[in-house]
Design a protein around this ligand. Sequence first.
Ligand code: BES
Ligand code: MN
Length: 459
Amino acid sequence: MTDALNIALNYAHQNADRFLADLKDVLAIPSISTSDEYKPEVLRAAVWMADQLRGMGIQNVEIMPTSEKGHPVVFGEWLKKPGAPTVLVYGHYDVQPPDPLELWETPPFQPTVRGDKLYARGSSDMKGQVIASLAAIESALKSGQMPVNVKFMLEGEEEIGSEHLGDFIKKNAKKLSADVCINTDAGMIGADHPTITYGLRGLCYMELRVYGPSKDLHSGLFGGTVHNPAQALTELVAGMHDKSGRVTLPGFYKKVRRLTPRERAAFKKLPTTKKFFLEQTGVPALWGEPEFMPNERVGARPTLEVNGLLSGWTALGSKTVLPAYAMAKISCRLVPDQTPEETFKQMQAYLKTKAPKTIRWELISLHDAGTAITDLNGDGVKAMSDGLEKVWGKQPFLVREGGSIGAVVLLQQYAGVESVLTGFGLPEDNVHSPNEHLHLPTWYKGIDALIHFLYNFGK
Ligand code: BES
Ligand code: MN
């Protein structure tokens, strides 16, 4: 087997430029899942992925619709190693919108290498990670001694909450059955710090609409007689936190699992210190629950964020208007054992008691994701940990992360498949932000680590 491992690693090194060319190719497709306008492009990315799998020799490749409205899952499998374990490869081929466009140094869908970085929307989150997984499997297949069976589930709705993935997994649980899922969407905490993530936060994404007068009014004729919806909305939003940064929704913390002294000790040892967060964010001072360290607040505490505000006149110049309407996009990151359903009800309860009689309001649920804690005792974690250690020369950090990936819980719940979460995206990659990029030396190390994983897991 070590011969095959070395052949696979050599193949990967010899094909390094081709892998990069493939990645640039798929990064040029603007597969933005959130807007209907880009639906054909999302489909084009699915077709690209399917063609790529077929080209590698993967069988039964299918572009499977998940619903009438949603984006499809790309499935494929290679099961020619009876008796060997089966690895399910997860990935998402959709990306976040690139806005604000004017802040990009090179266009988001014109992948550009500058120095040792590749710039494009999706380069780090997560087309780069998907191509790394495909490159590792192609290399293992080419060695002539593929150590495991593989299946692929590549989705196109991750960035908008994986709305239809639960039903898809339920319906196809047998087809997706595997000994482990590898999910490279969780990133790493630093280029020198290989990482396995064992916890992800959940999400409850809401839209709050506040209605005032039946139409926009002249602020001089009516100001002082009606409650301005922009003001009422921001008063409500301001009341959602107390002075110390705690969320005030009734019962919000009731189900939050307390951090054990052991967990707190582990957070303390991570290189993600206060200084790290100051450097990454560029803020003059940090904010949040004072009794927890910043990395605990991200990894293990729930939060409430305003993601967007809309009301009145926001274009150039001025307009003396008293707006009829105001809207806020608000999302809560959740930790075990909170649920999106309960959080939504807590927000409703907050609004019922706090909203003034002077306005009407409406709360809409946009999407959800469950909280996830993955099993650290499985063979998959051991195989990944050893693979990362081979390449980086040190054991990976085990962390709880603040982001959400719907598929992790859905695979646990509906198919009984545990995920091993890792990845080769870095905190400084500007994911979901202008000038997203991928650190290529780390990416290439990632491909090697995944090859090691496959041979470790096949043993
Ligand atoms: N790759 C991220 C999730 C992530 C980020 C995991 C950092 C661990 C560390 C993923 O693509 C993402 O951004 N997901 C969305 C999901 C949401 C829309 C349900 C998120 O977390 O905002
Ligand atoms: Mn992602």
